[in-house]
Design a protein. Structure first.
Length: 161
C-alpha cells in the first residue's frame, strides 16, 4: 500500500490517510511495519517524515525499534527537525534511554550530539529536573573528549571549568 513520496505529500492533509496507514500497518508483520515506517522516516521530504513520526505515536513499539527510529532521526542531522523526533519517540522510550543513545555519540560522531543538543537540553530542563545532572555529565564527557563545549541552551547550562 505504500505510496510514492509525492503521492503521500499530496494526501497528508487528508484526515483519512493516517487511519488507512494504521489499518495497513496492522495487517503487516511487525518487521514489515517497522521497515515501512523506517522507509517513511527516511524520505527526503520533511512532511513525509513528520507523518511517519505521527504514526510512531499510535503504535506500541519495543525499545529496540524506538532506539532505531531515534537513531535515524539523529543521523538525519537536522537540528530544527530533531524536536519532532523527541516528541514522537520520548513518550514511549523515555529520555533516559535517549540520553544513553546520545552519550554513545560523544565518541563515535560528536557532531550528531552537537546538532541534537539544543532541543534535548530544552525539553529535559523544562520537564525533567531529575535528568539535569545527567545532562551536565554528558556535557562534561563531551568537553573532555572533544575539547569543546556541546552547544547549550544558555550560558547557565554550560559547566564552567
Amino acid at each position: 500500500m505504500f505510496l510514492k513520496s509525492e503521492d503521500l505529500v499530496n494526501r497528508i492533509k487528508d484526515p483519512s490517510i493516517e487511519g488507512e496507514f494504521l489499518e495497513n500497518l496492522a495487517s503487516l508483520s511487525r518487521q514489515e511495519s517497522f521497515m515501512l515506517i523506517n522507509e517513511i522516516l527516511g524520505d527526503r521530504n520533511a512532511l513525509v517524515r513528520r507523518f511517519g513520526l505521527s504514526l510512531i505515536k499510535k503504535i506500541n513499539w519495543n525499545k529496540d525499534e524506538l532506539l532505531a527510529f531515534m537513531e535515524k532521526g539523529l543521523l538525519l542531522r537536522h537540528p530544527s527537525e530533531i524536536r519532532y523526533w523527541y516528541e514522537a519517540i520520548a513518550p514511549q522510550l523515555g529520555f533516559e534511554l535517549i540520553l544513553d543513545l546520545m552519550e554513545t555519540y560523544i565518541e563515535k560522531d560528536p557532531d550528531v550530539l552537537q546538532r541534537a543538543w539544543y532541543y534535548l537540553d530544552l525539553m529535559i530542563r523544562s520537564r525533567f529536573e531529575n535528568l539535569a545532572d545527567r545532562l551536565k555529565l554528558i556535557q562534561t564527557k563531551f568537553r573532555e573528549k572533544n575539547g569543546r563545549e556541546v552547544w547549550a541552551l544558555n550560558q547557565s547550562a554550560i559547566i564552567s571549568e
